[in-house]
Design a protein around this ligand. Structure first.
Ligand code: FDA
Length: 386
């Protein structure tokens, strides 16, 4: 029976990183994936250029039932560490916005880099075959004919099933007595009910807003779609949004309070629609003015009405009736409970030798390179312990 020091299930971002580092530490590593190729999500990420990390990575940009869990791994393997690796492989990169680092060329370079690192660690990689039966006895894990004292779950979350994503990690973890925080789609467009259909007619219109859900607020672009709302600001708040709760959009975040009454003084003959169109796309300005029922020239509107309008425009409520679901979600929130894992090593407390890393774990980052940074950092942390 072939013997390994560790078998890693899932050759995505976390699995590849973990395998490479463990291999380079002298461990005999077998990396298994049912997909035909490794790192498929890396290849499609960042519009094909892979937003591989974020220089503003910090634990408060991650959601988890235990907000402290990610601290140790993120501190020990930082965005700069990954950037150093990228530079050692002479991959050209740039910062796009908000600390988001992308390849100048193709995401393929990141996958090739990780494969190169795996080759340096003499990792054995097998793809295109289902994992089959996994058993555990006498402190050893058996996967088909292969055996090792350590097994790493790196099979990701359930977002984008058509790319090979499965709930394998959750079923497997439950089998070993680990708890799973209910998985739900995150970084996902939200859908609106028919009574907010007016906004759906704005499909394709995008504008810079501050979107809020609960205490979370994201100043980025929002996009109206034929089913509801999307764009980076909406994807970000979707991770904090709960069914039945509203989200609020500030359509004019750059305006100072009182600007509308001030506009009435300086341009009394203008309408609200025209005043809004100074900043917002025409169609959106028209829809908002109509919804507010303020069609007359500003001179004919009471200051109180204008102040009210300003307040509504700064916190416009939308009550989504759902999201586009796992089919469109960039990540899965929830997953294997951090309560059952060591934050130092990612090892299961109750099952020595069993590890879980990456998106399979209940740690979910903001949009913008944070999820890959968690995959690298958690993979690296586990590799130190294998
Ligand atoms: P990942 O999903 O990468 O890998 C899991 C692996 O396990 C896959 O290779 C899969 O085939 C395999 N697997 C699953 N079930 C299995 C089974 N039953 N048997 C065998 N193998 C199995 N993040 C970011 O930081 N920057 C970005 O630019 C983007 N962009 C982006 C775009 C899109 C469209 C999506 C869907 C996602 C992103 N993300 C992102 C999120 C990022 O891709 C994600 O968080 C990481 O890939 C997670 O890495 P993991 O290794 O944990 O899972």
């Amino acid at each position: 029976m072939p013997q390994y020091d560790a078998i890693i299930l899932g050759a995505g971002a976390a699995g590849l990183m973990c395998a490479a580092i463990a291999g380079q530490r002298g461990r005999r590593v077998l990396l298994l994936d049912h997909a035909s190729d490794v790192g498929k999500k890396i290849l499609i990420s960042g519009g094909g250029r892979c937003n591989f990390t974020n220089i503003h990575t910090a634990p408060d940009r991650y959601l988890s039932a235990n907000p402290h869990f990610a601290k140790s791994a993120l501190r020990r393997y930082t965005a700069q560490d990954f950037l150093d690796l990228v530079e050692r492989h002479h991959i050209a990169w740039h910062e796009k916005t908000l600390g988001q680092l992308f390849c100048d060329g193709s995401a393929r370079q990141i996958v090739d880099m990780l494969l190169d690192e795996c080759a340096r660690g003499q990792v054995e990689i097998r793809t295109g075959r289902s994992i089959g039966e996994v058993t555990h006895a006498d402190g050893r894990f058996r996967v088909g004919k292969d055996e090792a004292p350590a097994l790493v779950i790196a099979t990701g979350g359930t977002s984008i099933p058509k790319m090979g994503a499965t709930g394998f990690a959750y079923d497997f973890a439950r089998r070993f007595g680990l708890k799973v925080v209910e998985p739900r789609p995150a970084l996902v467009p939200l859908t609106l009910p028919p009574d907010q259909a007016l906004f759906r007619e704005l499909s394709g219109v995008s504008t810079n807003v501050v979107a809020r859900a609960g205490k979370a607020a994201f100043p980025e672009a929002a996009l109206f779609t034929h089913r509801g709302l999307s764009g980076p600001a909406i994807l970000q708040v979707s991770s904090y949004w709960r069914h039945g709760e509203p989200i609020h959009i500030d359509f004019l975040p750059a305006r100072t309070p009182g600007w509308l009454v001030e506009t009435k003084r300086t341009r009394p003959r203008t309408t609200l629609r025209k005043a809004l169109a100074d900043t917002l796309p025409d169609r959106l300005a028209e829809t908002l003015a109509e919804q507010l029922g303020l069609i007359a020239e500003l001179a004919n509107l009471a200051d109180r009405k204008l102040d009210d309008a300003e307040r509504r425009l700064a916190a416009w409520p939308f009550l989504p009736n759902g999201s586009e679901g796992f089919a469109k979600a960039e990540v899965t929130i929830g997953g294997i409970s951090t309560a059952d894992l060591s934050s130092q090593t990612m090892e299961a407390r109750k099952v020595p030798g069993l590890y879980a890393i990456g998106e399979a774990v209940d740690v979910t980052g903001w949009l913008g390179g944070y999820n890959f940074q968690w995959a690298w950092a958690s993979g690296w942390a586990a590799a130190q312990a294998l």
